[in-house]
Design a protein around this ligand. Structure first.
Ligand code: DAH
Length: 361
């Protein structure tokens, strides 16, 4: 025989109160309404209170079940009231901060802002700007040339005809239409001479490309600054002076330079310009490979054939040219040991570098 004395009905009633409580609470718009709900459910004459009171009429075995369910519901209602109260307080606080007219909620201007971390200038860009500034101060114009270059400008006009072995010095990315990704910024010398004629003082910073296997000191994409001065009486003395002035500015100290012979088809004579190592003062250290000098700028006197190819009369004009490794200069002055960092976007290495002052080598 069942000893059901109405227990299952009471359990149903408990569930009904739960469903109702949920609906009522969601509908509350303020604390007052929420308090009314609490009284209606848990107050002295509340619905759940009535259920709890009625338990005495149940048989012992049912009383336990119903008691458990009713008490669980009581706990649930109290918790739900607590979280609804928190919600209401939050929106009340927001409302209180809002414009009295009910306009959009204003923000507290005294709170600290969320802020965005400031970016920083890429070290190659920082060095380019620095070099541009220095040359602008010496009356050089800054010009730009295309990265996709013709064979004529990249090689032929620079005295590197098709069969010339010097083409092998630079492994080139060729396109199907016969153009190439420029292997150096030297073609911009030719473009500038053709466009502006002589006399001229120009630099051309830019990206260059070579088919290199990449390692810590070789990249397929890197930056150079080409420079050229052509006038009626330009000599090696002018070249040395300009290089020395530029490097002293870049490194913020008086630098010593020397020339050694070097071969580049577009200059004659051609040089390697070295700077005295400032780390050891020329005594010899690991940085300068114990030579006391750091090889820095290939340069020379513009070859008459380059002037001719560019429409300038070599009997009237002469000039010097140089090809500064901008990426290399940035590596040296910011003490970056691995060239791959520059194209990596690795902020651990790049952040803040461009705003640091370059250091002497
Ligand atoms: N274009 C050469 C290179 O990338 C560098 C160079 C050497 C440029 C001598 C010059 C120069 O203007 O005179 O290897």
């Amino acid at each position: 025989m069942s000893d059901d004395t109405g227990g299952s009905k009471v359990l149903e009633a408990v569930e009904a109160v739960r469903a109702k409580a949920r609906g009522l609470m969601e509908a509350t718009a303020d604390r007052k309404a929420l308090d009314d709900v609490r009284v209606a459910l848990l107050g002295r004459k509340g619905e759940l209170t009535a259920i709890l009171k009625g338990m005495k009429d149940l048989a012992e075995s049912e009383r336990r079940k119903v008691g458990e369910a009713a008490n669980a519901l009581k706990g649930w209602i109290e918790e739900a009231i607590g979280s609804r109260l928190a919600e209401l307080s939050r929106s009340e606080a927001e409302g209180a901060a809002g414009a009295p007219s009910g306009g959009p909620a204003p923000f507290d201007v005294t709170l600290p802002g969320t802020g965005r971390p400031a970016g920083s200038i890429h070290p190659v860009t920082a060095m380019r700007r620095k070099v541009e500034g220095i040359f602008a101060g010496m009356g050089f114009m800054v010009v730009d040339g295309p990265e996709l270059e013709s064979e004529f400008h990249n090689f032929v006009a620079l005295n590197i005809p098709e069969t010339h072995p010097a083409r092998d010095m630079q492994d080139t990315f060729w396109c199907d239409d016969g153009q190439c990704l420029r292997t150096h910024t030297s073609p911009v010398q030719v473009r500038a001479l053709i466009r502006y004629g002589a006399p001229i003082r120009m630099i051309a910073p830019g990206r260059c490309f070579r088919n290199e296997s990449i390692d810590a000191s070789h990249e397929n994409t890197f930056f150079q600054v080409e420079g050229m001065m052509v006038d009626s009486e330009v000599s090696v003395a002018n070249l040395i002076h300009v290089m020395k002035a530029m490097l002293s500015e870049v490194f913020g100290m008086d630098v010593d330079v020397r020339l050694r012979p070097g071969y580049f088809p577009f200059v004659e004579p051609g040089f390697e310009l070295d700077m005295r190592c400032s780390i050891c003062g020329g005594q010899g250290c690991p940085t300068c490979k114990r030579s006391g000098w750091v090889e820095l700028v290939p340069c020379g006197m513009v070859h008459p054939n380059v002037l001719r190819h560019s429409g300038v009369d070599p009997d009237r004009f002469s000039g010097f040219a140089f090809g500064l490794g901008l990426t290399r200069l940035a590596m040296m002055s910011y003490r970056i040991g691995d060239i791959r960092v520059f194209n990596s976007g690795d902020l651990r290495a790049l952040a803040g570098l461009g705003s640091a002052s370059p250091q002497a080598v």
